[in-house]
Design a protein around this ligand. Structure first.
Ligand SMILES: Cc1cc2nc3c(=O)[nH]c(=O)nc-3n(C[C@H](O)[C@H](O)[C@H](O)COP(=O)(O)O)c2cc1C
Length: 221
């Protein structure tokens, strides 16, 4: 696949086939992702890959925490306020997702079920979590994690896999620590669910949007 095709063709996938992903494929994608740049070539990441029974247990406990109304306590605080233009895009995404699932806005039960599926990590056959040591300066480490995460997603897409970067994977980090044996001194930055995309699922094909070039770019000539 050409790089441009990969960049433009990658999208978040939220429904997967039940077919597992072979470990060789996952290893190959991660080995190539390790070529991502990082500050001073520090390569500050720890990468946890979860599949099979441990992942099943993690999904169940993650969903249960949500349904029990436990407050998320991510290691990296989630934004609570945004500039209006950012907020509008967030709200628009929510509308597109609900529309693709044929869920009416006022149907609270169906919306809860969607959130439950999300915290069940869309039942993906595999999940990757990127963590960094607590001793690291977080802002810089976050840049490095962002770069390797997108590298991973593009390479996965190149292999025909679908990915969804998910804050919902690291919203209850204590559960991940317990079930996936992650050290207390690692901060869980972000995760991605991945697997073979369900080609027939409308949630995998709704139209996405991006702001106009002029909204973001200012030439200084
Ligand atoms: C840091 C981060 C966290 C995200 N968390 C979630 C999540 O918890 N659930 C979800 O459905 N999508 C999540 N997404 C996916 C975004 O909604 C998605 O990337 C965005 O809408 C753009 O769509 P695209 O990935 O299809 O291009 C996350 C993306 C990023 C970068």
């Amino acid at each position: 696949m050409q790089l441009q095709e990969a960049v433009l063709g990658r999208r978040s996938v939220r429904k997967f086939l039940s077919k597992p992903v072979a470990e060789e494929i996952i290893s190959d994608i991660i080995a190539k992702s390790l070529w991502a740049p990082s500050w001073g070539n520090t390569q500050p990441w720890e990468i946890i890959v979860a599949t099979g029974k441990p992942l099943q247990e993690f999904k169940k406990r993650n969903r249960a925490a949500l349904l029990e109304g436990k407050a998320p306590q991510p290691d990296i605080a989630m934004p609570e306020i945004w500039p209006p233009s950012n907020k509008k895009r967030y709200v628009d995404l929510g509308k597109s997702v609900l529309q693709a699932l044929s869920i009416a806005r006022e149907d609270t039960q169906a919306r809860t079920e969607h959130f439950a599926r999300m915290f069940y990590l869309f039942d993906a056959p595999a999940v990757v979590i990127f963590a960094v040591d607590r001793a690291l300066l977080l802002e810089y480490a976050m840049l490095d994690i962002g770069i390797i995460l997108q590298t991973f997603c593009l390479l996965a897409h190149d292999s025909g896999l679908g990915t969804c970067i998910m804050a919902a994977i690291v919203s209850y980090p204590q559960i991940a620590r317990q079930v996936l044996a992650i050290d207390e001194n690692k901060r869980l930055v972000m995760g991605a669910a991945f697997g073979w995309p369900d080609p027939d699922a409308p949630i995998n094909s709704f139209a996405r949007s991006r702001g106009k070039f002029e909204e973001f770019v200012r030439w200084v000539r």
